[in-house]
Design a protein around this ligand. Structure first.
Ligand SMILES: Cc1cc2nc3c(=O)[nH]c(=O)nc-3n(C[C@H](O)[C@H](O)[C@H](O)COP(=O)(O)O)c2cc1C
Length: 360
C-alpha cells in the first residue's frame, strides 16, 4: 500500500484522508491525530471510518448510533437518546439506519485498502450492541471502492420531483446488484403495481395524519428543540407539495426547498426486501440501502425513501402482498434523475464526532 492510495481519496470537501484526524485526543469537537498515515494505528483507521459513517442517512436524521473504537475493533451500538418510540416501536427503521452507518464505515475502510470482519448482533444479552467490526489485512483499493467513498459526500435525500429522463434498465440492474451484494433483494414495481403503491402510501399518510402523538414526534425532529446537529432543516423540505402520484411524507408543514412543475411519473419505484423480518434482516437492509444509495449517487440518480408505508402495520402487510409473499418489505425508494435546472436541496446537519465516537 503506497501513500498515494490514501492521499488521492477526497473524503470531505477540501480534506484528504491523510489530513483527517486519526486518534484519541479531542479539541473543537473533533478527534485529533496522534499518528501519521505512514505509521497508522488500527484505531486511527477505524476512527476515520466511523467519522465517514457519520454522513450516512437515517430516519428523520436521528443518527441513532454510537461507535466505540478499541485497538483493531470497533463496536456499533444504538444510541437510545435518538430513537422514535412512536413512529418505530419495533426498531425497524432504527436498525436500518444503523445498518447504513455500518455500510458507510465499511465502504470507507475498503477505500483506504482495509478488509474487515463483521459480526452482527455479537452479544445475545445486549440487543443494542449491533455489530463488532475487526480490521483485517490490507486489500487492493478498487476503482469501485473509490467511487463509493466519493459518492458519500454527494449523497443526499432529494424530495424534488424528478426530471423526465427515466433511470435506465442497466442502472436499475446495477442498484439490484448493489442490494443483492448485501443479501437483500430489490424489486422494481411494475406499472400495474404502481396503482397499488399509490393507494398504500396514501393510506399510510392518512393513518399517520390521524395520529397526534406520531405527528408530534415527526414535528420534533423538524423543530427548534431537536438536538443540535440532527433533524431536518427547512431547506430540505419542499416549500409546496410536489406534483406526484406517490405522495411524499408530510413533515408537518412546508419547508423552503423550491420545487418545479415536474411530475415524478418518469421515476422508478423499487422496494428492498428479504426473507427475514428480525433485527439481523433490518441491519442487512440498512447495509443494502447504503450500497444502493451510494451506487445511485455514483450513477447520477436521485433517491427518496418512502418508509411510512412500511412503518405502519396495515400498509406493510399490503407491501408483503405485493411481493407475493416472497419476502418482507424493508423500505420503498423512488429513483429518478434530478431536475438539472433547479438548485440541490440544502445539507442536513450532522453530530460532531465527539458525540458519536469514543476511543478506548
Ligand atoms: C430508514 C430511513 C427511512 C427514511 N424515510 C424517509 C421518508 O419516509 N421520507 C423522507 O422524506 N425521507 C426519508 N428518509 C431520509 C432521511 O430523512 C434522510 O436520510 C436524513 O434526513 C438525512 O438527510 P440526507 O439523506 O440528505 O443526508 C429516510 C432515511 C432512512 C435511512
Amino acid at each position: 500500500m503506497t501513500c498515494a492510495n490514501f492521499c488521492r481519496i477526497p473524503l470531505k470537501p477540501g480534506k484528504w484522508i491523510s489530513e483527517l484526524p486519526v486518534c484519541a485526543s479531542v479539541s473543537d469537537g473533533r478527534l485529533r491525530t496522534v499518528s501519521t498515515h505512514t505509521e497508522r494505528l488500527p484505531a486511527a483507521v477505524l476512527v476515520e471510518a466511523a467519522e465517514a459513517a457519520g454522513r450516512a442517512p437515517s430516519i428523520h436524521n436521528t443518527q441513532p448510533w454510537r461507535w466505540h473504537v478499541s485497538g483493531d475493533t470497533m463496536d456499533l451500538h444504538v444510541d437510545r437518546t435518538r430513537t422514535l418510540p412512536i413512529t418505530d416501536p419495533d426498531d425497524r427503521m432504527l436498525l436500518i439506519s444503523c445498518g447504513t452507518a455500518l455500510h458507510h464505515a465499511r465502504a470507507a475502510l475498503a477505500a483506504q485498502g482495509y478488509a474487515d470482519v463483521v459480526e452482527l448482533l455479537p452479544d445475545p444479552e445486549e440487543r443494542d450492541h449491533l455489530a463488532r467490526l475487526t480490521l483485517n489485512d490490507p486489500i487492493p483499493v478498487t476503482p469501485e471502492a473509490m467511487r463509493l467513498v466519493q459518492a458519500m459526500d454527494r449523497r443526499h435525500t432529494d424530495r424534488r420531483p424528478t426530471s423526465e429522463t427515466p433511470p435506465t434498465r442497466d442502472q436499475i440492474e446495477a442498484l439490484r446488484q448493489a442490494a443483492t451484494g448485501q443479501g437483500v433483494d430489490l424489486h422494481k414495481f411494475t406499472a400495474d403495481q404502481l396503482t397499488d403503491l399509490v393507494v398504500a402510501v396514501s393510506r399510510a399518510e392518512d393513518i399517520a395524519a390521524g395520529d397526534e402523538a406520531l405527528r408530534a414526534e415527526t414535528a420534533y425532529w423538524r423543530g427548534p428543540d431537536r438536538p443540535p446537529g440532527t433533524g431536518l432543516p427547512a431547506d430540505v423540505i419542499p416549500g409546496s407539495r410536489p406534483q406526484t402520484d406517490v405522495g411524499e411524507r408530510d413533515f408537518g408543514g412546508p419547508g423552503t426547498l423550491e420545487v418545479g412543475e415536474e411530475h415524478d411519473k418518469h421515476a422508478a419505484f423499487v422496494v428492498l426486501f428479504s426473507a427475514g423480518d428480525d433485527p439481523l434482516a433490518w441491519l442487512n437492509a440498512g447495509q443494502a440501502l447504503s450500497a444502493v444509495w451510494l451506487t445511485a449517487t455514483d450513477l447520477g440518480l436521485a433517491v427518496l425513501p418512502f418508509s411510512q408505508v412500511v412503518e405502519i402495520d396495515a400498509t406493510r402487510a399490503l407491501m408483503r402482498q405485493m411481493l407475493a409473499g416472497l419476502g418482507y418489505a424493508h423500505i420503498v425508494l423512488r429513483i429518478g434523475v434530478a431536475d438539472p435546472d433547479s438548485a440541490n436541496p440544502g445539507r442536513t446537519p450532522r453530530l460532531p464526532a465527539t458525540q458519536t465516537i469514543t476511543v478506548a
